[in-house]
Each structure stands twice: as C-alpha cells, then as structure tokens.
Design a protein around this ligand. Structure first.
Ligand code: F6R
Length: 244
C-alpha cells in the first residue's frame, strides 16, 4: 500500500487527477472504475480543466461506476448516472456509450447484478478503480457486515440513509430503498486502486481501515491486501494514522 500525503483537498484532488490522467495517457482505452459522492468532485473538475487545455483525450476511455440507486432512471437528478454526467461526462469528449452504471430501472436484481459483472468481464476488467470511503468504512454501497460480498449485489439502504436522502425528494416514498453496488471482489480485481480520503471527519475511519486488521466490519480495510493500492489523503485525514 502506497500513501500519498497531500496538503489539503485541492492538492489531493490534483494528485488523484494526475494518476487518472497518466493512466489515460498510457492506455487511452483504459477502463476506469468511478465513484460518486462529494470527495471525487475536485478530481473530476481537475480532469475537465486539463481536458479543456488539450492535455487529456477521453475519446477511447471506458468507465464503469461502482453503484446506482434502484428505481431511479438516469435522468433523475438524484441518480448517480445524472451525477456522473453533470460532474464529468458532459464536459469531456468521452463517448457516452462507453460509460456504464448499474441500471437502476431494472428491478430484477438477480438479472441486473449478473449482467453488470458480465459487462465488467466483457470490458476486460477495471484498469484503475477510484474509491471514496464512507464514515463507517463503506466502499461503493458495501456496508459494514459480517462477511464480504464478492460480486455486484443489491443492498437495502439503512433507515438513516433513507432519512438523509429524503431532503432531495418531494415525498419520502420516492426515496430509493435499495441500491446496486459492485462487490468487494469486483473492486479487488481492478488492476490498480486509488482511494481518496480528505478532511478531519474521515481521520478516524482512515485510521481504523488502514492501521488495524482487515475486517468486513470495515469494508475498506480489505484494500490493505490489494497489490497495487494507493491512498491519496490530506494531512487532516491522516492526522490519527501514525506510522502510515
Ligand atoms: C459512491 C461511493 C461511496 C462514497 C462514500 C463517501 O459511489 O462509492 O462509497 O465514496 O459514501 O462519500 P463522500 O465522498 O461524499 O464522503
């Protein structure tokens, strides 16, 4: 495991964007595994800036996202497909046909999860997977549990998550109850994994995930075992992780 110490969020975003940019320059048809959430937004903005300057060409790049809400169509403003379009894909020269997320409109979970794992296989696997981390150690929607789930699967969202999301919807009934997420083996099988962690509020979970044992109770901790894992973190997030 490699740790890249950064000054702050901006520095971490630029360094992460540099790694992704190098990947795309070295292998233009790379399969990038992408994440949503607030953390990667700065990375995506930096990539857009470099694209606009003519430094990166995404015309051959393929992407697979980690997760999507069940029941939301790509044009719903709370869907992860919408997030990716708004924060990255609409601003670069990627072919949208080469961008993939689990299909939230397919309510047949078994079929959709098998199809997504098959798609990743058909693409030849993920070259570089970008990850964030939840305050409880989740990656994608792989929540703390007694066991790691290997492949793409459907998760029931906790009441806490449903409550937290309710503010984005007109009625609580519209809030998704489930999500599709890539599994832990899908993530481990990526050639390279880069996780970005910033801010003081993530210091405790960074410590627990990377200074302690590997456990499904902290799903991100499994990344300690990945042969090419890079943690890009700022000083605030690293403040409790002595010795890393
Ligand atoms: C979303 C995802 C999530 C986020 C995590 C952290 O695709 O993979 O696991 O990375 O919830 O979210 P932020 O960055 O908002 O703290």
């Amino acid at each position: 495991m490699r740790v890249i110490r950064c000054k702050d969020y901006k520095d971490a975003s630029r360094k992460t964007a540099n790694i992704i940019s190098a990947q795309v320059i070295l292998k233009p048809d790379s399969v990038l595994g992408l994440a949503t959430g607030s953390t990667p937004i700065g990375t995506y903005q930096q990539l857009i800036e470099w694209y606009e300057k003519g430094d990166i060409d995404f015309s051959q790049t393929r992407t697979v996202n980690l997760d999507e809400y069940v029941g939301l169509a790509p044009d719903h403003d709370q869907s992860y497909a919408y997030f990716m379009n708004k924060n990255l894909f609409d601003h670069i020269n990627i072919d949208k046909a080469n961008t993939h997320l689990p299909d939230g409109t397919n309510r047949n979970a078994k079929e959709q999860c098998a199809a997504y794992d098959e798609l990743i296989r058909e693409l030849g696997g993920v070259d570089l997977q970008l990850l964030g981390i939840g305050h409880n150690g989740h990656i994608g929607f792989n929540e703390p549990s007694d066991e790691f789930v290997k492949g793409t699967h459907c998760v029931d969202l906790t009441e806490n998550t449903i409550d937290a999301n309710a503010r984005f919807f007109e009625h609580r009934d519209e809030v998704p109850r489930q999500a599709y997420t890539m599994g832990i083996l899908d993530i481990l099988q990526a050639e390279r994994v880069v996780m970005i962690i910033t801010g003081e509020s993530k210091a405790q979970i960074l410590h627990d995930a990377f200074c302690g044992p590997v456990t499904p109770k902290i799903p991100a901790s499994i990344m300690q075992l990945h042969p090419d894992f890079t943690l890009v973190a700022d000083e605030a997030a690293l403040s409790l992780a002595e010795g890393l």
